[in-house]
Every structure is written in C-alpha cells, then in structure tokens.
Design a protein around this ligand. Sequence first.
Ligand code: GSH
Length: 246
Amino acid sequence: MLDLHYWPTPNGKKVTILLEECGLPYRIVPTNIGKGDQFTADFLKINPNNRMPVLVDQEPADGGAPISVFESGAIMMYIAEKAGKFYPQDVRGRYEVNQWLIWQMANQGPKSGECGHFRRLGDTQGDQSYAVRRFTDEVNRMYGVLNNQLYNHRYLAGDAYSIADMICYPWTVNIAGQGSDINDFKYFKRWFDELNERPAVQKGMAVTAGPTEDFAALSPEERERRQKLLFNQRARPAPATGGIEA
Ligand SMILES: N[C@@H](CCC(=O)N[C@@H](CS)C(=O)NCC(=O)O)C(=O)O
C-alpha cells in the first residue's frame, strides 16, 4: 500500500493525479498544514523539510522495509518507476521528462507559490506592489514558456503524456487568479483543455483530506497561532550534542 501524506494543494494534487492515472491503490494520510501537522516529530522523520507531500511505500519492490520519499518531483519519479508508466526508459525520452519535471520544481512551483502568496496578502504587511508585479510577471513569463513548448509538441516532453504534464497542470488551474489570461496562450490552452477532460486528472484534483475547516470559525488565538506558524518560519536548531564533529 502507498501512504500519501497529503493536503489538497497543487503540490499534493500532482501526486494524486499520477496515482489515479496509474490506477494504484493508495491511502490518504491527512497533513493539515494550516494546523501545523508538518511540524510534528513523527512527520519530521519522513520529511526533514517540514512540507507535504510525502509518500511512504509500505511494500517496496525490493521487499525490504518501507521507503519514504519527500519532494513531489521525487515522489512522481518513484511512483512512475514503480508503475512502469508515464516515464520513458530510454535515455533521450527520460531526460525530456526530467528537464520539465525539474523546471516545474525549480521554477513554476516556487514562483507560482510566491505569486499566490503576495497576491492574496493585501496590504496587511505593508505595500506589496513590487512583489505582486514581480511574481505576476514571472508567472506570465512561464506561461509563455509552456505555450512555446506546446506550440510544436503535443505534450511537454514530446508525443507522449507523462509525469511532466501531470506535475505542471495543478499549478495552472488558477491562471486567472495568478493575473494571466489563458486566451493569450493558445497552445497552452489546447493542452490544458485536453488534460481537464481526463477522468484521472479530474479524480486526482478532487481528492480531499477530510472536511474543510472554516478558518473564520476558529478562535482568535488559534487564528493568530496558525498565521504565525505559516508566516514566520525560521531555522530549526540542530541538537546541541551527539552530532558529527569536525
Ligand atoms: N518543493 C516541495 C514543496 C512542498 C510545499 O511547499 N508544500 C506546502 C504545501 S503546497 C507545505 O507543506 N507547506 C507547509 C508550510 O508552509 O509550513 C514539493 O514539491 O514537495
């Protein structure tokens, strides 16, 4: 069984799309990042970066102890390798996929995340107009990158639908909220409309982690605690003794 430590965000939904596409059985382990589940001692054992998603394969192919994988890009590679699907084996095909997968992890995901953060923030933390403009422009630039690639490729890595497509898609569903217009990107729109119609994409996007919480219904103290948790993260100190010394 595959356990997916999950909360329904774009980084989580990449993985549920792939699991649905592969038809693999999986179990959702809710990781409520608003409440702080990503900071528990148990969670830290499976992700030193305190972020979801994390995949734990209880029955790895080598028959050994469970394997846990953090970082959604690594999780996509793991699942696709396990299923033998959506990830070419030949070196050329594989690196077509790898470069788009890493493009997503290093560019589209982080920059779109910041774009959403600053666009939602309003002026509670002072004037954000430069940050909003910078990340809105950068996300717009990246829609251009996708559009140009899709001008002469049916899918991001060529003729075949792959994990490169699945990893990029969830970050594009809110294109209007990111300040871009889908009608400016004709070839991207062709791809987006096609993926929208795939039953596994629809199922993966709809996966929840239990009932949604009403933030407004929380006590003011809990609301403040949660806001601090997400907004003011700094380094977690290493243990003072027992480590590898120089
Ligand atoms: N590069 C990581 C990013 C994961 C990530 O940022 N996850 C967010 C939700 S989308 C999270 O867990 N946030 C918790 C927090 O900010 O404390 C991946 O792709 O897995």
